[in-house]
Design a protein around this ligand. Structure first.
Ligand code: ZN
Length: 446
């Protein structure tokens, strides 16, 4: 098999890095297009076909395919996802070398986008090229490559939803290793129910000297209701945990090997919410629901006014975890609020947006095969983690029932989105090997 050497891979990566495909900056729109053309050409050079697909109101997707060596029809299809857009590079003065020139020093490759996500994107193509050139590609590798991941674009979600062909498995290759050298796979991401809540207690604001102490105050009514849904000692009320599936023993064991939440909280200058928050960091952000009030408005927070407000409003959301669903949690949430509000207060509760949690079964054969492949390349066992927020493409694949391998081999100290973004030198060839071995094993899904 004609595997590219490290030097050849680095040279190819350097070309892609040199195109400053910053999706957030309209001044770089042409660069995003140019990167799309470059990526499509790389798929063609790997023995496949590819097209740049323009999207209404969005940035381009590159859709391509390298067919299985024994003919496309009988072979399983693996949909692979990565993105070729990058974050802006500023502040430029904090970079040790120019962000769009790939540099190597002390065991790291440095450049904007090297970890997130251009090196990993290239690995998906190179691994298909190697197997195809050798006549040993057992799966159809279908590429769906994105240029608006960094700006939260919806094109890929719409494409996944609209592609009737589906796939036997998907690989989303845009993640980190939680511990260096330990392959890491996502098994769930939380969903969301976002509410706008209003409280009304009368027709017009009142004089607090005349009515204070006897008339309902809408701000108080709203606070009283909200306090029934927020966490006490780090735990949301039981009715909001409806349907919750606890993490598996294997997941728990893996999480116990991770450092506690002190580092991540300190990094952003946050204070732990309660005494157990640091120890329960992963379980709470990955496997438990959480409620946050995002804003409260009403009355007169600026002028000195002795009114008793009769109208108040708030935005509040609940992140919902694996096993839960929007309908059941929303109903429980509404019930708690209504029961807690004082008699006479009129509550309005509107679910303004929602997303179901994404769950990838740890038992899915595709995931087991990928873990085996990565473990054979990196040595040692892999780690199952979850995601506290949402990853729209993973959620949409999970929603379509496509077993999804969500992983990545960037490191958590990659400085992603920051100056001096970097990627370990040795991971460049190891990543190609891991993806190649994954494609090989996924051939068994047929
Ligand atoms: Zn990314």
């Amino acid at each position: 098999m004609s595997a590219r050497s490290y030097e050849e891979l680095r040279a190819q990566l350097g070309e892609l890095i040199s195109i400053p495909s910053v999706s957030a900056d309209p001044a770089h729109a042409d660069d995003v297009e140019q990167a799309a053309d470059w990526v499509a050409e790389a798929i063609r050079s790997a023995g496949g076909e590819a097209a740049v697909e323009a999207r209404d109101g969005g940035r381009p997707l590159v859709i391509g395919e390298v067919g299985a060596s024994n003919g496309a029809n009988g072979a399983p299809t693996v949909l692979v996802y990565a993105h070729f857009d990058v974050q802006p590079a500023d502040p430029l003065e904090l970079w040790d070398t120019p962000p769009f020139e790939l540099a190597e020093r002390e065991g790291w490759l440095y450049a904007r986008g090297v970890a997130d996500d251009k090196a990993q994107l290239l690995m998906l193509i190179e691994a298909a090229r190697q197997l195809s050139a050798a006549g040993e590609l057992p799966v159809n590798v279908r590429f769906a490559l994105d240029s608006e991941e960094e700006v939260g674009g919806q094109s890929i979600v719409e494409w996944v939803a609209g592609d009737e062909r589906g796939a036997d498995a998907a690989i989303v290759f845009d993640g980190d290793m939680f511990r260096r050298g330990v392959p890491t796979f996502n098994t769930a991401l939380r969903g969301l129910c976002y509410f706008h809540v209003t409280a009304r207690t009368g027709a017009r604001d009142l004089h607090s000297g005349l009515f204070g102490g006897v008339a309902l105050n809408a701000m108080h009514a709203l606070m009283q209701a909200l306090s029934a849904v927020t966490a006490k000692d780090g735990r949301v009320p039981d009715p909001l945990r409806v349907g919750l599936e606890p993490p598996t023993a294997e997941e728990r064991e893996g999480w116990a090997t991770l450092p506690d939440g002190a580092g991540p909280l300190a990094e952003v200058g946050a204070q732990p919410s309660d005494a157990q928050a640091l120890a329960e960091y992963y379980n709470r952000t990955w496997a438990e629901p959480s409620v946050d009030v995002h804003g409260i408005a009403g009355g007169s927070p600026d002028l000195v006014k002795t009114v008793l407000p009769v109208h108040a409003r708030a935005n509040v959301s609940i992140r919902i975890a694996a096993g839960q669903n929007v309908a059941d949690v929303s109903a429980a949430f509404e019930k708690l609020l209504r029961e807690a509000a004082p008699v006479g207060a009129e509550l309005g509760i509107e679910l303004v947006s929602s997303a179901e949690p994404g769950v990838i079964s740890p038992d899915a054969p595709a995931l087991a095969l990928a873990r085996e492949a990565f473990e054979s390349v990196f040595g040692g066992s892999s780690l199952l983690v979850r995601v506290g927020g949402s990853v729209p493409v993973v959620a949409s694949l999970a929603g379509r029932g496509i077993p999804t391998i969500s992983t990545g081999i960037a490191t958590t100290d990659a400085n992603a989105h920051s100056p001096n973004e970097r990627f370990p030198v040795e991971h460049l060839t190891l990543g190609v090997d891991a993806i190649r071995e994954t494609y090989r094993r996924l051939g068994q899904l047929g």
